[in-house]
Design a binder for this molecule. Structure first.
Ligand code: WQD
Length: 344
């Protein structure tokens, strides 16, 4: 009998790639998504890759009554992977109440339903943004949590505390928080990928849209940082590597091999790339020059961050396999497929 996993936000960027890897690993998947930052096409993309149609229900996790009904219908959920949240750093500065209400209530409603229905394993989508600008690099999981620069990052910090405090209260939940560094790229099939609504905040979708001609040129936010080429450094990780780590994490909890009721892992490659190095890697992958210009720094950007991946490598037996060239090639293939398929 296949174990059933609930994936909230499973039509989203990281969620859809995780659903593919869950199905490839023999899990049955049920998805809840409200399509606030995703499209139904992602569900078709998942099925076209795995040949398996995940059960789907359109639901806002802030609808507590609706979520209770969902859990009444699905009695045998073995574990939950929680992606559903608003995640644009800049937008969160302009809409703090939306971010606190959405990101905190959705987690609390989910955990209440899990506890009421005896569903214990929870994998939570967190972010390296909780570290702010770390004093020491590479950054380890026990690095101090610095004051978040934007409400988005603060919701991630508060959600991690909600999980910790709930588990400390003695209820039967066991959780793993995965702190992503910078997820980029797309499934090698080019059937699913990142679908930013409107003008992309993030670097790589802006690069691929510029290369396709959707945007005129990329603005590089500052070249006066204390880094070798002056641009910011990040730890970019392929979304498929990230997805695979989620399958390992939920399986770890379901099989009871977690060592503590709440574990936290960095998910990065351990390599830092500057903006200019990413541009160069993209030009190599696409075979075309990328129009770009340097503009002043973006408010809230940290200078450099990359992960110490030892804990995830040793405890989860997981290590990122794909490099920056694959990330660029797959991101570009997805952009071309998406624009041609949707004529957008
Ligand atoms: C990367 C680098 C920019 C756009 C955020 C969140 C993180 C996660 C990923 C959700 C920076 C530079 C960017 C552009 C640029 N989000 N840049 N021109 O800010 O590191 O991380 O998104 O889970 O939690 O904090 O990612 O892709 O926005 O920026 O020069 O048009 O690219 O200055 O140095 P970031 P990003």
């Amino acid at each position: 009998m296949q174990k059933k996993i609930l994936v909230t936000g499973g039509a989203g960027y990281i969620g859809s790639h995780t659903v593919v890897e869950l199905q490839n690993s023999g899990y049955e998947v049920v998805i809840i998504d409200d399509f606030s930052n995703s499209l139904p096409d992602s569900l078709k993309g998942i099925e076209s890759i795995t040949g398996k149609k995940p059960f789907f229900e359109q639901l806002d996790l802030c609808d507590a009554a609706g979520l209770k009904l969902f859990f009444n219908k699905h009695k045998n959920i073995a574990g939950c992977i929680h992606f559903a949240a608003s995640k644009a750093v800049g937008e969160s500065v302009n809409k703090p109440l939306h971010y606190y209400r959405n990101n905190l209530n959705s987690l609390m409603n989910l955990m209440e339903c899990m506890i009421a229905n005896g569903v214990e394993p929870l994998v939570f989508s967190s972010s390296c943004t909780v570290y702010g600008q770390p004093e020491k690099l590479p950054v380890t999981e026990d690095a101090p949590i610095l004051k978040a620069l934007a409400p988005y990052g603060n919701t991630k910090q508060i959600c991690e505390e909600i999980i910790q405090d709930t588990i400390t209260s003695g209820v039967k939940v066991k959780a793993i928080a995965l702190r992503y560094f910078n997820p980029i790229g797309a499934h090698p099939s080019a059937k699913i990928g990142e679908l930013p609504q409107g003008i992309p905040n993030n670097l790589v979708p802006y690069i691929t849209q510029t290369a396709f001609g959707v945007r005129k040129e990329l603005s590089v936010y500052g070249n006066d940082y204390n880094t070798p080429d002056g641009s910011c450094i990040r730890d970019y990780i392929h979304v498929v590597d990230l997805a695979k780590a989620h399958v390992i994490a939920i399986s770890r909890l379901i099989n009871g091999i977690n060592k503590k009721p709440y574990e936290i892992f960095n998910l990065g490659t351990g390599n830092g790339y500057s903006v200019f190095e990413v541009i160069k890697a993209f030009e190599k992958a696409s075979g075309k020059p990328l129009p770009h210009k340097v503009v002043p720094r973006r408010e809230g950007d940290i200078e450099k961050i990359y992960a110490d991946t030892k804990f995830a490598n040793e405890e989860l037996g997981w290590k990122a396999q794909l490099g920056i060239d694959d990330m660029m090639a797959h991101a570009w293939a997805w952009e071309q497929y998406y624009r041609k398929a949707t004529h957008a």
